[in-house]
Structures are given as structure tokens and as C-alpha cells.
Design a protein around this ligand. Sequence first.
Ligand code: ASP
Ligand code: MG
Length: 419
Amino acid sequence: MKIFKFGGASVKSAEAIKQAAKIIGTEHAPLIVVVSAMGKMTNKLEALCSDYFYKKNGIEAHIEDIRHFHYNIIDSLFEKNAEQVKNKIERLLLELHQITVSEPSLCYDFEYDRIVSFGERISTAIVSEYLNSVSLSNRLVDIRTALKTDDNYRDANIDIALSGEFCKKAFTFDGVQRYVTQGFIAGTTTNQTTTLGREGSDYTAAILANLLDAESVTIWKDVPGVMNADPKIFTEAEIMPRISYKEAVELSHCGAQIIHPKTIKPLQNKDIPLRVKSFVNPEAEGSVILSIKEKMEMPPVYIVKKNQLLLTLSPRDFSFVAEEKLSHIFATLAKYRLKLHLVQQSAINFTFLIDYNAQTFDAFIDELQQTYEVLYNKNVTLLTIRHYNERIIEKLTTGKNILVEQRSRLTARFVINEN
Ligand code: ASP
Ligand code: MG
């Protein structure tokens, strides 16, 4: 059995969905197709959720916008039964509408998961119907019944043992060769909807592969494979045909957008290869991530992470930043769900880099200021160069205002002030 994952970009329009169906049609093996929300739908649903929770106007307009977007796609996709498919989607939109006219709970993250999940629920309903209509018969599985998580909403943790049991029952392949299911979303044991973190569909594909012992996972993307740099920023970007699990984990951890950082572990644990292939040019080789024992020559890889926040904390009482202070800082980061990207420490200073989050920024800084003198720079960029050489460093950093610089054997990192 193989697993194919189609992200938002590869199901963003009727043409894209037709292309996805073509790719699925050329695959004979039993197959699970994991699908994300269409295009930028998750962002739209995030905006809807925020307006609902904070009781702003315009909820109806958001829902109308979501309806319009999907109906347009349905109209260009289905020749005969467009109305029938719209009826199915209308039921989901009604369910969404009913949430938005009820009083929100006190938990933003709970509301977020149940609202944002409609992106995947709608996209899979459409994709499954379309595949059936072009004789690619398939069964739609509501993944919330099979992937079970705790109730850590927006970043839920999968219960591997329980999910293994349920997934084996949900994906039996009895009398059916293909399944369509949602990426990114899951369910608790009390049947509440959870999500696995933005861009989490890759992770869903990897977990299913692990639990069901898939032969391989293929992620179909709008890039030709894993590149050594973002081709939109660096014209000399080239494709890397073979990458080890270890290298892939390091790359995604540094912020390479190609795969969700949690994706590699479930695959590595079962030695399942991960292919990254071009959705527009499916015959091209693409990249494969797998276990590679021998030492490999790697080209320099550059990763740019924008909109970062650099902070320096110094204890107000001039005490050292030792274990106790560090554990307080880490607990505060965990409380605000901020992930650390870089750390530098001296006797009475602790400098670190995190993603900038406009929503929590003020409260986070206020809390830190109770104990520390806080200095910060907004709008900084983290440039990571793996397998660096001096020529590349000079080329990429000359003339830049560098706030922090770190080098280890394989990786050089620069925090650049963009202001
Ligand atoms: N639709 C979700 C997101 O945009 C999950 C995914 O695309 O992987 O974050
Ligand atoms: Mg996506």
C-alpha cells in the first residue's frame, strides 16, 4: 500500500484536482490519498474563527465566501451531478453555520480546531466525489474516527496505540483499492475535533504510513522536489535527488518549508521512504528521503525564516541566567506555545529567537518584564546555511546587519535585522 498526499496548492482549483486525479489514476497499488484544505482555505477559516470567538460582524460573509469558492470548483469539476455534490457540501456549511450562531466556549483553541477542520472535511468530500465520477472508485474515511489524539487543541498529540487499532479497522482494503481522507485533523476519545499544527497534513500521511506499514509516502508539491534553497529567492536553487532522514529532519527544523518537521520520525522508525514530487510534472524523479548510511556530498543549503523575534533577557536582580531562570524562561515559552529557533547565553544575558506572534506578543513581553530587563528586535530574519563554505557565507551576508552569528561544524546561522 502507498500513501499520496496532496497539499492545498495541489487541490486549489478544478484544474489542479483534475491533475491530482490523473496522478492517482496512474497508480495501481492499493492507495490512501491524504488531502489538505483547498488553496488558502485554512487561512480563511482562521479569520472566521477569530471573528466568531471575538464576536465581530461579518460571519455570514465569511461563510458565503467559503461557499462561493468551493461551488465554483464544483461547477467546473462536475458535468452531471454538481447539484448533488453541492448538497453534500451544503450540509457541512450548515453545520459550520450552526457553530457560529452558538455562544463560543472559553477555549479559543477548541473553537479553532472544530472550525478550521471544515477546510479538510469539504475538500475531501469534493475530491472523493470527483474521483468516483471519473471511475477512480474510493471510500472516504473521516480521519477523526481513526486518528485519536489528546485534547491539546491546535497541536494535538497522537495516541499511537489507539490510532493503530482504529486505523487498521478503518483502512481494511476489503473490496476497495483506494481511500480518501483528511490530513491535519484528528479526534479525541470523546469525539472532539483536533488539529496537528499548521501544515500538518504531511504528518498525517507519515503517521498513517507508520501505523499501516505503507510501502512509501509521496508528497505532491508545486516544486520539483526538495531544493537546496527557495527558488523564488535564489535563482541558482537546485534539486537534491537523495536526502537522508537525518538531513531532512535538520532541514525542516531550520525552517525549510518543504515538509512538516514532525513528518520524518514516523517514517524513519519504519524505514519507509518519503518521495517529494512535482505535481505539474509527475514523471520527473523528484527527491527521495530515506535511510542513507554512507557519507554524502551535500551542496550548501540555504533556509530563510522571516518575521522572527529576537529577545535578550537579563534578570533584574543581576543574578546569573542559571538553571532556575532557564526553566522559568522555557516554561513561559511553553505557556505561549512559542518554539525556540536559536539560543545564545552569557552570564547575565539570555538571547533567543522565536516566531513573531502578534496575538500573544504584548502579554508575553509583559510577563517576562516582571523578572527581566527585556530587549527585543521585531522583523528579523534567520538565515541558516547547512554545509556552508566561506564563499557562500560572504555572498549571502555581505552588507547585512547581523545581530547574532553562530557556527557549528555543519551549520552557520545568522540573525539579520531587516529594519
Ligand atoms: N490545511 C492545513 C494548513 O493549511 C494543513 C496542511 O495544509 O497541511 O495548515
Ligand atoms: Mg498546506
